[in-house]
Design a protein around this ligand. Sequence first.
Ligand code: GLC
Length: 565
Amino acid sequence: MTSTARPSMDDATWWRHAVVYQVYPRSFADSDGDGMGDIPGLITRLDYLADLGVDAIWISPFYTSPLHDGGYDVADYRSIDERLGTLADVDVLIAQAHERGIRILMDIVPNHTSSEHRWFKELLESEPGSPAWDRYVVREGTGADRETPPNNWRSVFHGRGWSRIRTADGTPTGYWYLHIFDTTQPDVNWQNADVHEEFISTLRFWFDRGIDGFRIDVAHGLVKEEGLPDFDYPEDTDDATPPMFDEDVAHAPFWDQDGVHDIYREWRAVADEYDPPRVFCGETWVPNAERLARYQRPDELHTSFNFSYLEAGWDASAMRSSIDETIANHARVGAPPTWVLSNHDVIRHRTRMAPVGADGERDLERGLRRARAATVFTLALPGSMYLYQGEELGLPEVTDLPPEARQDPAWHRSGGTDGTRDGCRVPIPWSGDSPSYGFGPGSESWLPQPPVWADLSVERERGVDGSTWEMYRQALALRRAEPALGEGPLEWLDHDGDVLVIRRTSPDGSSVVAVLNLTDGVVRLPAHWGTEVLVSSGDDVAVMSIDEGGSFIALGAETAAWLRG
Ligand code: GLC
């Protein structure tokens, strides 16, 4: 095995095989006790991240924002929300992360601004048709008084996708602005030259400060179909619009339009001017792996999230098809795939994968078992992997937040029937037996933490054999040290039933076999796949001998392992 030394910071290909840890800054670490995580808090936890063994962190937005959508409503792309820190803090963060060999990806939100952005304020203060109006998607309404929205598009957060522009005294005008998300998130007009210039200079602003790249929010949404035609919504959807990642709406005229690729060609040229080149990862909810790979053509984004794998759930054939299609389509454009199981928009994978018992409740113990197994197996796939803060502790989704605590705009816009994204954003536990479980110096946290956090804190798990944290740390260290993992070929090995088996082989011939047993029984694996267990997600994996001589590996139910011969 080669050394576990961190890859050099000069390695321009780091993103092809990196493990990237997503920090949702409001919920990661609070330095000042106001109940909201902040950048100084994150800086104090960099050693933790280095110890866990991640290559990079992606930080959800920390710009100045009214926080109507957790910071994805940006009022100023070049200043820091004062509750989260200062520009000077970000400079320290970049320097200190780099000292530890950790790269920094920020989050850019180019589909919409906050309605508190200076551009939108300018629009409200100027006459229809003035240049300020052209920076947003604004149209006249229909009907005698133009009181009907320009088309039937709905908001991802429920309700209609248009709001009427009002004069300073509140009188409605005949003009409407588009907001595919919340009413406080007007969509910008990517046919306007100011928009192009502004975002390019924002990219440069941050690249010049030393960040390594950006995750691009709603990367597939920036361009809208010419003429803004009505969308034929699937019949079973009414006002409760399916979320943007629902396959039924993936063909909507506001998603995945061909023109979006021109923007990324422009951005790629800017990123390539830097040394080392800066990188992009797109948030792209698209219908299939072929459409996804288009974003990774050589002059566009480096990587994009591959949500088909996340959506495959705990299902052997869905996982396998997602893996095959993703790898094949990415290979055509020479790009590495990415894999992700949890993020700040979806139910944590421990809960998502938990089977529902006869009592109608999710079995979270099995959920944890499956989540751990899925993680171990996924970390053996070729390409890069994104982890979401707290999954290394095995945190479940918090499903019983009181309505008054909820902040997800979709919760409010749907009348409490949707908008469950707060449950994965609860501040994470570091130590102690009572709130805020070491998240901050006091007991405050912007979303209430459940009592179960006491048993799932970093303090409880770090250094404890068999803990989820130790499993992650061990797998990450092995992955970094093992030349067969990261980028490179993948070969399927056959096994009956719901058991996925892959072999990864390095150019020097060393290989690792990764097995995921999705069944609820022990499975028998031939010894020639390897009898050395490098890492496993559970302790029921054993080498057994048989009477006639020889041996096999017995791998427990819902367990994954990496083996070497
Ligand atoms: C992305 C973000 C999500 C946000 C939305 C609107 O999907 O991940 O959190 O609400 O875009 O910006």
